[in-house]
Design a protein around this ligand. Structure first.
Ligand SMILES: Cc1cc2nc3c(=O)[nH]c(=O)nc-3n(C[C@H](O)[C@H](O)[C@H](O)COP(=O)(O)OP(=O)(O)OC[C@H]3O[C@@H](n4cnc5c(N)ncnc54)[C@H](O)[C@@H]3O)c2cc1C
Length: 467
């Protein structure tokens, strides 16, 4: 085993600056790269998308408030002035901890990256709790593709309802204008609130045969309370506010079946209820990137039920002080999968790498500073919990607005975001209602390509119809 100083000497002898490979361009990856800005290291950031994604505002892309570019700036552009970083598009398929090599695939081209230090921040994917077949009818919301597909389904459902109403098919109208959101965490609450605002304000005057204000929005959760991680009083206030808006909140309702026409829930006594609804949004459950399991197998630890790898207190892996894991793919001290945990973990890891390179003692435990949590309910209404301070209503909403503006990456995005919010919250318009057929059907079409069929049949399906 080499001492730190010996290792630093070896690096100098090898004739290159320490190489830091970062996997992921989310909150963990991007903030790790930025934290190494002033260090004499060569950073390679490998991510499977060319953008950094601001996931907390995906629901606003899905409901037509914001454009995808505003929440997904190009990583290259964000890091263009940071000379010690190279950005690589690549889906990492293999991490060899023994050889210190990362293998990635860029659009079919395989390439490898040697590292001296590695930060893995590959995040998490949606989980349907072992029922992946639900995904076709109840897509999740983890990527730009998901948000655009949902936008297509939501606006498409109103189009189908208008057509059905014109033809007098009233049962179909009800099904087409019933929206179910599964999962009453912050994302589900925000999505439900926006669906109501969309139907009751934005679309109010846009149709001739249906009245969009008659739409139903149902928010479901298997748990007995919504916003499980928040204070009980805030939970109650949120529920009251949602119900006042017109959202039907059903708790203790576990989804047991989903199909094109609706879904079925089961209560704690085993009673089943069927809801006829064309559009379902899955906002429940995450599963860590499969890279977590790959790393866990190599260092002999076991991932948890959500596939997250247990990290050492300093966010390294056992016996691998050169490997740091941060963000949603990690489990440590019961910390939640939120942006601040990823950002602070990334900064901690960058600091530890700096100390290691300088031959200083390392292994400082990661100490998370809880800056609070918040969720919006509708325009001008939010809840916020910062330490013992509990805020609701307009003040909380202003706080939500300020925090989100600070963390949206880039000056340009902040200005256009403010403009879009102005249009949607002060007025009743939505600037981003455009939907292309390809966006709505891309995922299904690609699945069909795996078992060759006549693709024209896929594209000939009516918008939003998943029957
Ligand atoms: C809809 C939604 C709403 C949310 N709202 C909030 C909120 O209001 N407040 C809050 O604090 N948090 C919120 N979160 C959670 C927050 O977004 C995450 O905690 C945060 O993004 C985690 O950062 P991360 O870097 O660990 O992962 P991510 O941000 O998910 O980044 C993972 C990165 O790894 C890349 N990647 C994955 N696999 C590979 C691979 N094999 N090869 C190469 N690259 C790979 C991805 O492309 C991505 O760039 C929300 C999440 C969602 C989905």
């Amino acid at each position: 085993m080499l001492t730190l100083v010996e290792e630093a000497h070896m690096t100098t002898q090898a004739g290159h600056r320490p190489r830091v490979v970062i996997i992921g361009s989310g909150f963990g990856g991007l903030f790790a790269a930025r934290a190494l800005k002033r260090d004499a290291v060569d950073v390679t950031l490998v991510a499977k998308t060319t953008h950094h994604l601001f996931q907390p505002l995906l629901y606003q892309v899905a409901t037509g408030i914001m454009s995808m570019g505003e929440i997904a700036p190009a990583t290259r552009e964000v890091l263009s002035r940071q000379d010690n970083v190279e950005v690589v598009l690549g889906d990492v398929t293999d991490i060899d901890l023994e050889k210190r090599v990362v293998t990635a695939n860029t659009l079919g081209e395989v390439h490898t990256h040697d590292y001296d230090h590695l930060i893995v921040a590959a995040g998490a994917n949606q989980s349907w709790f072992g029922r992946d077949e639900f995904a076709e009818y109840a897509p999740g919301m983890k990527s730009i593709d998901d948000a655009l597909e949902l936008r297509g389904r939501i606006f498409g459902a109103f189009e189908l309802a208008e057509q059905a109403a014109a033809e007098g098919r009233l049962e179909d109208v009800k099904r087409f204008t019933t929206f179910v959101v599964v999962g009453a965490g912050p994302t589900g609450v925000e999505m439900a609130g926006q669906l109501v605002e969309l139907s009751k304000r934005t679309l109010k005057h846009d149709f001739r045969h249906i009245d969009p204000t008659d739409s139903r929005v149902i928010l479901l959760d298997a748990a007995p309370a919504l916003l499980g991680s928040f204070d009980e009083k805030l939970q109650d206030k949120t529920r009251q506010a949602l119900e006042k808006l017109g959202v039907e909140v059903r708790l203790g309702a576990k989804v047991v079946n989903v199909d094109g026409r609706g879904l079925e829930t089961e209560d704690s006594e085993g009673n089943r209820t069927r809801i006829e609804a064309l559009t379902k949004v899955w906002a429940a459950g995450v599963a860590a990137s499969p890279l977590a399991k790959q790393l866990a197998d190599q260092v002999g630890v076991t991932v948890d039920r959500a596939g997250r790898i247990p990290a050492q207190p300093d966010l390294t892996l056992p016996g691998r002080p050169e490997v740091h894991v941060v963000g949603d793919m990690v489990t440590l001290d019961g910390l939640s999968g939120v942006a601040q945990v990823a950002i602070q973990g990334a900064r901690h890891s960058a600091k530890e790498i700096r100390r290691r390179i300088n031959g200083e003692p390392t292994g400082a435990p990661f100490r998370y500073k809880d800056k609070g949590s918040m969720a919006t309910i509708s325009r001008f209404r939010a809840i916020a919990e910062v330490g013992s301070l509990k805020l609701t209503g307009f003040v909380a909403w202003l706080m939500w607005l300020a925090v989100h503006l600070v963390y949206i990456i880039g000056f340009k995005s902040r200005i256009t975001t403010l403009l879009h919010w102005f249009v949607s919250f002060i007025g009743r318009g939505r600037s981003e209602r455009a939907v292309t057929e390809q966006q709505t059907f891309a995922r299904l079409a690609m699945q069909q390509m795996e078992r060759p069929v006549d693709l024209r049949k896929v594209s000939e399906r009516p918008p939003a119809s998943v029957d």
